[in-house]
Design a protein around this ligand. Structure first.
Ligand code: GLP
Length: 243
């Protein structure tokens, strides 16, 4: 695992955006695995800036997102579909017909998970998967204790995740209780992985995930076994490890 220490959130975002833009430049028709949450927002802002300067072209890029809340429509401003359009897709020249997320409104959850895994396979897999990390070490919505061998599946969100995400909703009761997520197996099949972590509140989890034992109790720890991972974290997030 290659680790880049960034000064702060802005520096982390720029460093990580450099990795993504290198991928797009080296392979213009690449498949990017994208993530939501507050961690990647600065990266998307930077990519938009470079696109506007004429340095990046998204016209051949395909994207598959990690996860989506179950039960939220695309129009709901808390759906990850809405987030991706709001923070990236509507600002660059990506072909929206080549941007994919699990369908939160699908009637049959099992069929939706199968469809999503088949879709990723049919695209030839993910070239570069971007990840954030939850406070409990979750990636996508793979909560602690989940088996490492799962493809896309529907998960019950943990109370701590509902608590962390309630800031985006009117109240904790409005946070969906279930979500679709690529499984750890799906994530580990990506050719390259870029994970970004910011803030002192995740420092302990960074230590456990990347410097501790590999265990389903800390889902991100599995990334230690992937042969092409870049971690970009700011000083605060790396404050509990010696580098
Ligand atoms: C959510 C998302 C994850 C994300 C995590 C951390 O649970 N499903 O993909 O990594 O939040 O979010 P943040 O970056 O806001 O801390």
């Amino acid at each position: 695992m290659r680790i880049y220490k960034a000064k702060d959130y802005a520096d982390m975002s720029r460093k990580a955006a450099n990795v993504l833009s290198a991928q797009i430049i080296m392979k213009p028709d690449c498949v990017l695995g994208l993530a939501t949450g507050s961690s990647p927002i600065g990266i998307y802002d930077q990519l938009i800036e470079w696109y506007k300067k004429g340095d990046l072209d998204f016209s051949e890029v395909t994207t598959v997102n990690l996860d989506e809340y179950k039960g939220l429509t695309k129009e709901n401003d808390q759906s990850y579909y809405y987030f991706m359009h709001d923070h990236l897709f509507s600002h660059v020249n990506i072909d929206v017909n080549k941007t994919y997320l699990p369908d939160g409104m699908a009637e049959n959850a099992d069929a939706e998970c199968e469809r999503y895994d088949k879709l990723i396979q049919s695209l030839g897999g993910v070239d570069l998967q971007l990840l954030g990390m939850g406070h409990n070490g979750h990636i996508g919505f793979n909560e602690p204790g989940e088996a490492f061998d799962k493809g896309t599946h529907c998960v019950a969100l943990q109370p701590s995740t509902i608590e962390a995400n309630k800031r985006f909703f009117a109240s904790a009761d409005d946070v969906p209780k279930f979500a679709y997520t690529m499984g750890i197996k799906t994530i580990m099949q990506a050719k390259k992985i870029l994970i970004v972590v910011s803030g002192a509140d995740k420092a302990e989890t960074v230590k456990k995930a990347f410097f501790g034992p590999i265990t389903p109790e800390v889902p991100a720890s599995i990334l230690q076994l992937h042969n092409n991972v870049v971690l970009v974290a700011d000083e605060a997030a790396l404050s509990k490890v010696d580098l």
